[in-house]
Design a protein around this ligand. Sequence first.
Ligand code: FAD
Length: 474
Amino acid sequence: MTTTAPQPTPLQPTALPHAATVIAELALVLPAAQLVTGPRADAYRRDQSDSTATGAPLAVAFPASTEQVAAVVRVAAAHRVPVVPQGARTGLAGGANAIEGSLVLNLTKMNKIVSVDAEDQTATVQAGVRTYALARAAAAVGLFYPPDPGSWKGSTIGGNVATNAGGMLCVKYGVTGNFVRRLTVVLADGSVVRTGRRTIKGVTGYDLTALLVGSEGTLGIITEVTVGLLPAPAAASGLSATFATTEAALAAAAIVVASHHRPSVLEYLDRPCITAINDFDPDSRLPSGAEALLLIQSDQAGRAHADVEEYAAILREGGATEVLVAHDSVRLDELMTARRLLQPALQAARGSSLNEDVTVPRSRLGALLSGLAAISLELSIPISTGGHLGDGNLHPVIGFDAAVPAQVEAAHQAFARVIALAIALGGSASGEHGIGVLKQAHLDDELGPVLRDLQYRVKKAFDPQSILNPGKKL
Ligand SMILES: Cc1cc2nc3c(=O)[nH]c(=O)nc-3n(C[C@H](O)[C@H](O)[C@H](O)COP(=O)(O)OP(=O)(O)OC[C@H]3O[C@@H](n4cnc5c(N)ncnc54)[C@H](O)[C@@H]3O)c2cc1C
């Protein structure tokens, strides 16, 4: 097993061209207001991950159309300048971090909702549209776009597709990729292609849409996305349940999952997560004082209320210390808002942190959580864990003081061991945040060298000069 710790070394470009020439050529294809150079470009250096490698960008471009993206990429390709696509930079793996001398392509100005088609139940949006704006546009015509990453008010659809983002509702509805039908993509030479189709079915050619989903900006720049939508769900009911032990919470949650009505939300928070969220925002009012908290909802038409009462009975039977049922949307929104604060609350509580995103088969969650406790104890480093229990996808957050070298070392050791543990349990280094620059050291452990090499060859077919987000993902 590889145990190499992720080290924040500067991201180097594949080649350094003449900066002034590149900027002059970019100025020919973009209005001045859409191009940022010099020290102001530095503001676009990183996403929301801690301790990940970055470099100073040569320039940041804010294209407003697919044609402008293509023109910018053609300039970059001619000079072999690395291109780093960026959405809203809410990523937690350094995928959107600038590379030294790179051209950052920030898609947030491409924020038009092109169409919402109620008859075909699809929506087509530019890549920079915020996730929440898409969900609202679908809701306005009685439809539903389910993927709801905790960051959904800020994150872009392009970023969600590029990371195959998940969220609270994915336990029932699936992740971003399950909804993507068609992509407009600018390739590494500046040519524009459309993959997939608007229809529900279609198998002509290889499924390049699926390949681009989760590709973290290394295969193409996504400029437009067509997603499938669902009929709006029924009003949800939900509950919060506290437990004196993690084991009791997991055992009760396993019975809920095995029941014949799939919950629409099944989230977990440990004691330090609960405390961090309540401290970060006292309006959160999460039930405190327990070792573990479960948040569960049902949005099953005609059954939501009954499902939640059934879940409440299962949890009480399973030893929950307190079960609070909520049938009103105000309290349910409060609970979900509090849960969405997990990342910023832990970052605020811990100073520096390394964010894990491991996923394991649900049957191995107990082994994962007890293994995390053992790693934390052995290395004397705090690990707080919350996340999407229903998906088997948890976010252990390793806190450390960046000014204390021994803590930095212990944090990096813990980071590597947590991933090794998840892989040993039949899981993965990343369920939804992506590999970025944070987790590459562990790819061979999970993929093996043959599959990793095959993936390099796929990358080469899309991007022979390796200018698209080099040094990320693989
Ligand atoms: C508070 C908080 C909560 C979060 N909760 C969740 C969660 O529940 N589930 C989850 O999955 N993630 C979560 N995240 C992580 C993050 O929000 C997601 O990864 C999100 O999909 C990133 O979107 P973005 O627009 O910010 O992309 P960025 O961070 O800007 O980019 C992410 C990656 O996508 C690439 N990229 C971006 N746009 C494009 C494009 N148009 N074409 C090609 N490549 C592109 C970038 O190069 C980078 O590799 C959370 C983050 C925060 C800060």
